[in-house]
Design a protein around this ligand. Structure first.
Ligand code: C2E
Ligand code: CA
Ligand code: CA
Length: 414
């Protein structure tokens, strides 16, 4: 239980109550640091899917010191690793309590690059997993891009890769605040992209920001990475993210960071948010167009001899209709739309498109006449266009069912 005083939050005033390293160390030894938890909502199911652990220092004078007042000092002095080490058992204990209520929920926590400059924290996490205290699939580590870029590259990389190897999900935090986001995303084993709240909060007022957010979601999707938008404060932004294919949202609209006791009540309430993944229908259209482009490119190259020496089958094109991106969506999150006529009809066309792609590959491998190839390609395009039409119909149907989306009033053409 948290001391009563914590509820009576007073703002800590730096001048009056100066924060020093010895003060932090003392607080840590007295067990004064706690985690507050902020819920994350799945934009696919509309249900809570996890929470982020955010540290606070609950001082005996009743003040609750926010991380911005002590984390920078802890980071600059290397003391942050002491804090992370001391807090990890608390995190594990809290996670067990949360999973007792709902075993599907995961908890993410923040690490600094310094925490990965030595194997200490990694070993703590490994031990907790080995002792079956925690399921690695239920914990996520959030790292800021800036902290990684400034890190001692090789050691941090090795520890980070080991962490990912344990099955722990890694999230790139504050995406969009640095200068080489795309570069670091491709270089490190992240499977979640957390879009910075600054970008999210400017969606409604800056078309550029809205475009950057959508492009980031699309880029992550193509890399097989999920996206979490943080700082979601308005229904308009929530709806925008839903329509853009974002995977999860976190922000004051759905819940502010709260003590564990309040989080447990929040979980039990089991509140539902809008979760119809309309944005993913648009992603499915784009995925299919890209798959088709790649197929036609490879076939054409084969026709002109560029890839004759290499089997087209080795070029990374998914030939099975379950394994292409659209297929993964169709048999996964897309099942939400089962029963919609355009969704149900899509399966047959998609299967036929893949069958025709098999025919095209055989032609390309065994030599073909121009006429044979043209006829088969025409059949492919016809089926593929039908599919795109069905997806568009599905998107329209889903949007009409969602006509109360705040985004429409927010963006009404004046
Ligand atoms: P962060 O990881 O980017 O965490 C999100 C911050 O945004 C949190 O601030 C959260 O309260 C705030 N936030 C969430 N939703 C909204 C919203 O809708 N509107 C607004 N205006 N703010 C929102 P907090 O808790 O003060 O944490 C600040 C930073 O301190 C965190 O940023 C993280 O970088 C760091 N931090 C927090 N806990 C830890 C920790 O245990 N270890 C380390 N190394 N850093 C931590
Ligand atoms: Ca974070
Ligand atoms: Ca962040």
């Amino acid at each position: 239980m948290l001391p009563e005083a914590i509820n009576n939050v007073k703002k800590s005033r730096m001048g009056e109550n100066k924060i020093t390293l010895s003060g932090i160390a003392m607080g840590l030894s007295r067990n004064e640091f706690v985690f507050y938890y902020q819920p994350k909502i799945s934009l696919i199911s509309g249900k809570m899917c996890g929470a982020e652990a955010l540290i606070r220092w609950a001082r005996p004078d009743g003040s609750l010191v926010p991380p911005k007042d002590f984390i920078p000092l802890a980071e600059s002095t290397g003391f942050i690793t002491e804090i992370s080490r001391a807090m990890f058992p608390k995190l594990v204990a809290d996670l067990l309590i949360v999973n007792d209520i709902d075993e599907t929920l995961s908890i993410s926590f923040n690490l600094s690059a310094q925490d990965l400059n030595s194997p200490e924290i990694l070993n703590l996490i490994r031990l907790a997993i080995d002792n079956q205290k925690i399921n690695p699939q239920r914990i996520q580590v959030e790292l800021t891009e800036a902290s990684i870029i400034n890190s001692k590259d090789t050691i941090v990389r090795k520890n980070l890769e080991e962490l990912a190897g344990l099955g722990v999900t890694l999230a790139m935090d504050d995406y969009g605040t640095g200068y080489s986001s795309i570069d670091s995303l491709s270089q490190w084993p992240f499977s979640i992209l957390k879009i910075d709240q600054g970008l999210i909060q400017r969606i409604a007022t800056s078309e550029k920001c809205a475009t950057i957010v959508q492009a980031s979601i699309r880029m992550a999707h193509q890399l097989g990475i999920s996206t979490v938008a943080e700082g979601v404060e308005t229904q308009g932004n929530y709806d925008f993210l839903l329509l853009s294919g974002c995977t999860e949202a976190q922000g004051f609209l759905m819940g502010e960071p709260m003590p564990l006791s309040e989080l447990l009540i929040y979980i039990k309430k089991d509140k539902r948010w809008s979760g119809l993944p309309i944005g993913l229908i648009h992603m499915a259209q784009l995925d299919h167009i890209q798959w088709r482009k790649k197929l036609i490119y490879l076939i054409t190259c084969a026709g002109f001899g560029d890839v004759r020496d290499v089997s087209i089958r080795d070029m990374g094109l998914e030939l099975d209709h379950h394994s292409c991106r659209l297929g993964k969506w169709y048999y996964g999150a897309g099942q939400e739309f089962k029963g919609h006529p355009s969704f149900d009809r899509l399966e047959e066309s998609h299967r036929v498109v893949h069958e025709i792609s098999g025919e095209l590959l055989l032609l390309a491998e065994n030599g073909f006449s121009r006429e044979e190839m043209t006829t088969t390609l025409r059949r492919l395009i016809k089926q593929s266009s039908l599919m795109l039409e069905m997806l568009q119909e599905l998107e329209n149907e889903a949007l009409l069912g969602y006509s109360d989306l705040q985004i429409f009033s927010q963006w009404e053409v004046k």
